[in-house]
Design a protein around this ligand. Structure first.
Ligand code: FE
Length: 131
């Protein structure tokens, strides 16, 4: 398992932008089609904007049309944690960074081959390291 990153709320506020803090630490959702990476398909590695952990690779990114960056799989099984989310009168599966427990987005069972999963992730939770 990846090393755990722990910070106080004040430290997270200091280290993150307002939008990053709202998404990662307060489980916010950016407006659809507004995020930096929605339509970016450059080759590279997507890291957690909170702690820098490697989360997704551009190979697994696809255009789902949903308005947020979508991936069909994470870089590794233990990069992410999931939790049941019953907010907003829906039952969804929340996706968190396994290292810093930052909120990333949700995963849905309507993705493409080969996993059938759609990791719907906020751009604000990601940092692309281009290759
Ligand atoms: Fe993280």
């Amino acid at each position: 398992m990846p090393a755990k990153v722990r910070k106080t709320e004040a430290e997270w506020r200091r280290d993150l932008t307002l939008e990053q803090f709202r998404v990662l630490r307060e489980k916010g959702t950016e407006r659809p089609w507004s995020g930096e990476y929605d339509h970016v398909f450059e080759p590279g590695v997507y890291r957690c904007a909170g702690c820098g952990a490697e989360l997704f690779r551009s190979d697994a990114k696809y255009d789902s049309g949903c308005g947020w960056p979508a991936f069909y799989e994470p870089t590794s099984e233990d990069a992410l944690e999931t939790e049941e989310d019953r907010s907003l009168f829906m039952r969804r599966t929340e996706v968190l960074c396994a290292s810093c427990e930052g909120h990333l987005g949700h995963v849905f069972p309507d993705g493409p081959h080969p996993t059938g999963l759609r990791y719907c992730i906020n751009s604000a939770a990601l940092k692309l390291e281009e290759e």
